[in-house]
Design a protein around this ligand. Structure first.
Ligand SMILES: [Zn+2]
Length: 51
């Protein structure tokens, strides 16, 4: 079995890609895909990058 995990770029939580495609949150910033465990982490990371 091969389980794929991605790491939330903000809090470093490992998120499984197997269970559900929508279990993770991803967004495109400056043409690059960023993966987060939830929308809150995405928003926090986005603020961190802009400031
Ligand atoms: Zn997170």
């Amino acid at each position: 079995m091969s389980s794929k995990f991605v790491q939330c770029e903000f809090c470093k939580t490992e998120v499984s890609l197997d269970s559900c495609e929508f279990a993770k949150y991803h967004t495109i910033i400056d043409g690059k895909e960023h993966v987060f465990c939830c929308v809150k982490c995405a928003q926090k990371d986005e603020k961190k990058t802009k400031e």
